[in-house]
Design a protein around this ligand. Structure first.
Ligand SMILES: Nc1ncnc2c1ncn2[C@@H]1O[C@H](COP(=O)(O)OP(=O)(O)OP(=O)(O)O)[C@@H](O)[C@H]1O
Length: 303
């Protein structure tokens, strides 16, 4: 394109500029800004930089008529797109899962009046407190928006209302259903003795065995809320979004469960929540810490 044609095309663009062009530019600006926020400080950042360089070089090779280089770069970009989908499959999956469980679809738990507590919360709290006192190991998964059908299928179907008695009974040692996890969907115990995926985080504290690792595993792969009672110490822990909080007292557990069973509208825009969801895999990878030496009664983030 020579100089005169270039100038005349700019003149045409300016003269034909309309309101819908402004909207168009604004939308693109918002998309670019949020894409930048999305990839910033994640493993996608370096990749995005490389992609920008590749795009610029491709464009330049076209302008300078370097046909072989252009052909090669076109090919790399085409193949790169498929590679991107493969590399970022976990993030893409999380993003789609987030859309699926977003507020558009509504919460699965009914909202209660202020101060009201869902009776299920108290049943779970009392069961855990009792199991903790008796040092009986327990693993309780509360399903939220991510369906846990595959996990439920690995166990024994129960379909019974949540009650302190039933929960304690399930986990009594040497009974047929005590090994594995109980899955709760709202007020119903769907199944017991379920097998959960174990976390592959190998930087966890050595004193966390397979029960806690299974709890973390399912919380990484879904939005489930998990309560663990340690057989060894009687300590109560909870796992959520790949993070473990240990040595909880009854009141803290009650508060956490109340937040689940009596959800408040989430703060922040839908876009920010989407970005956080997308980023969480990466930030977790960066924030892995070990828990050795942590004090009792302190909430410990395992990741
Ligand atoms: N993948 C799994 N899915 C469900 N439950 C599991 C899984 N792996 C282990 N468990 C449960 O954890 C029990 C073993 O717990 P282990 O002592 O290894 O873990 P821990 O985290 O040290 O817990 P604790 O503090 O209670 O000893 C098993 O008997 C079983 O009930």
């Amino acid at each position: 394109m020579d100089g005169a044609r270039f100038l005349s095309s700019i003149k045409d663009t300016v003269l034909n500029f309309k309101f819908n062009n402004v909207i168009d530019i604004l939308i693109i600006a918002v998309i670019i800004y949020n894409t930048y926020k999305l990839v910033k400080q994640t493993r996608a950042e370096q990749l995005a930089k490389g992609l920008v360089v590749l795009l610029i070089v491709t464009k330049l090779s076209g302008w300078f008529k370097l046909y072989t280089l252009r052909w090669l770069l076109d090919w790399v970009l085409g193949a790169g797109l498929i590679a991107l989908v493969v590399i970022f499959q976990p993030e893409i999956r999380r993003a789609f899962e987030f859309i699926g469980r977003s507020q558009f679809i509504g919460s699965r738990f009914r909202t209660l009046e202020d101060g009201q507590v869902n009776p299920v919360v108290e049943e779970i709290v009392q069961a855990c407190a009792s199991l903790s006192r008796q040092k009986i190991g327990a693993l309780i998964v509360i399903q939220r928006k991510t369906g846990l059908g595959e996990v439920i299928e690995t166990g024994t179907e129960i379909e019974g209302y949540v009650s302190m008695g039933l929960l304690i009974n399930i986990f009594i040692p040497n009974t047929p259903l005590h090994d594995g996890a109980v899955i709760i969907d709202k007020e119903i115990i769907k199944a017991a003795a379920c097998f959960l995926p174990i976390t592959d985080n190998n930087r966890l504290s050595k004193d966390l065995g397979t029960r806690h690792r299974a709890a973390l595993g399912i919380s990484e792969k879904s939005d489930a809320f998990v309560v663990v009672v340690s057989e060894e110490t009687g300590g109560i822990s909870t796992c959520e979004s790949g993070e473990i909080s240990r040595y909880l007292d009854e009141d803290t557990l009650r508060k956490k469960l109340t937040d689940i069973y009596n959800p408040k509208p989430e703060e922040g825009g839908i876009l920010n929540k989407f970005i956080n969801e997308f980023k969480s895999e990466d930030s977790k990878e960066k924030n892995v810490t070990t828990e050795e030496g942590d004090d009792k009664d302190e909430e410990v983030k395992s990741k």
